[in-house]
Write a protein that binds this ligand. Structure first.
Ligand SMILES: Cc1cc2nc3c(=O)[nH]c(=O)nc-3n(C[C@H](O)[C@H](O)[C@H](O)COP(=O)(O)OP(=O)(O)OC[C@H]3O[C@@H](n4cnc5c(N)ncnc54)[C@H](O)[C@@H]3O)c2cc1C
Length: 495
């Protein structure tokens, strides 16, 4: 297939979830947005249910939100980053309200706030109960799309091009062939990597391709072993390989019970890693775990998305409990960025779930992810707007990494023999997804991780390379921490 080259001189934003759209909205100059589908379509952002966390109720404070964030992340988050993002949350919600997002309100007109696992208070702003992401994206995507400064290119980024100075362009695969966009500024807003797993709640494009683009360009990745498993996805047989339907945490916040063979077994509003491990443990004992939504008053009125999804499956959650299982939901690790969203490569920024920002530590607090996408998107736009290639030599000036060096990884020839990019698929292969769900799941051990690394090393493709890095990071971290649970934590791990 031919490759067409275009001299751009404009920044390129890869991905059109909340992070990518926020970068485009906040940039004070024309840009190109590269996305595989129509703006906002098929993004995890548009699938987000429960909402966006912000200390907006009287009596709540960003400091309390920060405390809950730190605790959920097992103390492994960066306090400066946590303080900055939780402080920025009320302004982000106000910005979305001003943009026209119709957040739910109570009888007095105040924002109606949900409570989710790990939050000490009702703090989650939502739309239609559990349609928050769809409402945010359907409000802002058309605004970005109608901005005459934004050019949309349908395609997938497959390689970040670079020279000695830094970024020199981006190679994009489109239906009409390859496009080489020459630019010295690229923003990765490609989302997370939970679709490396067979059991996932994520759109299948979210396998972490942006992380591999960054790693190939020479950027460090961090905290890759930190994968969050959502405790409650709907455990019904679906289409082969399709994502599992998420049963939002807000249901438990509103009073739904988790039952194992008919008895409650866990505090339903404990942090996600605790609840996911408890559900996994019960299932491993062969017990039948269900989410009983019958105690939730006005269930279908408050949870419009659930009403729609269960109706489509012919189930009535007011009458019958829903079978449930954990599924890979998000990643805490990713491309290492500083407060400005700068990666290690001059001219390459990352925003949203693709980035390891230091907010989450070892676990995401519920509804902090949309927050991170919005705040980091705005930070990247501000930094990008004030940066020129002439300042490339000063790229690392003022840089503070949010995690210590030992939590970072750089791609080396040990990770993949040739050291050159291998094919970057649109979705991760079934072999990779099976290895990850079966051997690098909710509870890990050295034998399983070693087997996964061997299997992944025999599998071609960038998805297998990234999955191998995740498994290696999980093998290297011998202790359990947050979402990373080692059943053999007391046994010395294999070197
Ligand atoms: C079912 C579900 C429910 C959730 N509920 C909540 C919630 O209630 N609250 C909350 O805070 N968070 C929630 N999350 C998490 C949250 O949605 C994500 O962390 C966040 O939206 C990520 O935003 P993003 O812009 O970084 O990525 P995304 O929204 O995933 O957008 C990334 C985009 O990049 C595209 N892309 C990927 N690779 C490439 C490539 N190589 N080239 C071009 N484009 C590419 C993808 O197709 C996608 O369109 C939920 C996630 C899921 C899956």
């Amino acid at each position: 297939m031919s490759t067409r080259t275009v001299e751009l001189g404009q920044p390129v934003v890869l991905g059109s979830g909340l992070a990518g759209l926020t970068v485009a909205r906040h940039l004070g100059e024309p840009c190109v947005v590269v996305a595989p589908a129509a703006l906002g379509e098929g993004t995890a952002s548009s699938w987000a249910q429960g909402g966006i966390a912000a200390a907006v109720s009287p009596g709540d404070t960003p400091a309390e939100h920060a405390t809950d964030t730190t605790r959920a992340g097992s103390g492994a988050g960066d306090p400066r980053v946590i303080s900055r993002m939780t402080s920025a949350a009320p302004a982000l919600v106000a910005e979305l309200v001003a943009a026209g997002v119709p957040f739910d309100r109570d009888a007095t007109g105040a924002l109606s706030l949900g409570r989710e696992g790990g939050h000490g208070r009702h703090r989650v702003c939502h739309v239609g109960g559990d349609r928050t992401g769809a409402a945010i994206i359907s409000t802002i995507a058309p605004q970005v799309g109608s901005d005459s400064g934004v050019t949309v290119v349908r395609g997938r980024g497959v390689e970040v091009l670079r020279d000695d100075e830094g970024v020199s362009g981006l190679l994009v695969a489109t239906a009409a062939g390859r496009l080489r966009l020459l630019t010295d500024r690229v923003v990765l807003a490609t989302g997370g990597a939970a679709a490396l797993y067979r059991d996932t709640t994520n759109p299948l494009a979210s396998w972490g391709s942006g992380m591999m683009l960054a790693a190939r360009a020479g950027a460090r990745l961090a905290d890759l072993e930190m994968v969050q498993f959502h405790p409650t996805s709907l455990a019904l047989p679906g289409a082969e390989g399709a994502p599992l339907t998420l049963l939002t945490e807000a249901l438990r916040g509103a009073g739904a019970h988790l039952l194992s063979d008919g008895r409650r077994f866990v505090d339903e509003v404990a942090p996600r890693d605790v609840v996911a491990a408890a559900v996994h443990g019960e299932r491993m004992l062969g017990r039948h775990v269900v989410l009983d939504c019958r105690p939730v008053p006005d269930l279908l009125e408050h949870f419009e998305g659930l009403a729609e999804r269960t109706a489509a499956l012919g189930i009535d959650p007011r009458l019958e409990p829903l079978p449930t299982r954990p599924a890979a939901h998000s990643v805490m690790g990713g491309v290492l960025t500083d407060a400005r969203g700068r990666t290690d490569v001059p001219g390459l920024w990352a925003a949203g779930e693709v980035a390891c920002t230091g907010l989450h530590g070892a676990n995401r607090l519920a509804s902090n992810s949309l927050l991170e996408a919005g705040v980091t998107g705005a930070a990247v736009a501000a930094d990008l707007g004030s940066w020129t290639p002439a300042s490339a030599s000063r790229w690392t000036e003022g840089r503070v990494d949010p995690v210590p060096a030992e939590r970072t990884t750089r791609l080396t020839p040990t990770h993949d023999e040739g050291g050159a990019p291998t094919p970057s698929p649109a979705v991760a292969s079934p072999v990779v997804r099976a290895a990850m769900s079966d051997l690098v799941g909710v509870v890990r051990d050295a034998d399983g991780l070693t087997a996964a690394i061997a299997r992944l090393a025999q599998t071609p493709g960038e998805d297998a390379v990234l999955a191998g890095l995740v498994a290696r990071a999980a093998l290297t971290r011998r202790d359990s921490l947050g979402a990373h649970r080692r059943s053999d934590a007391s046994i010395p791990a294999v070197a």
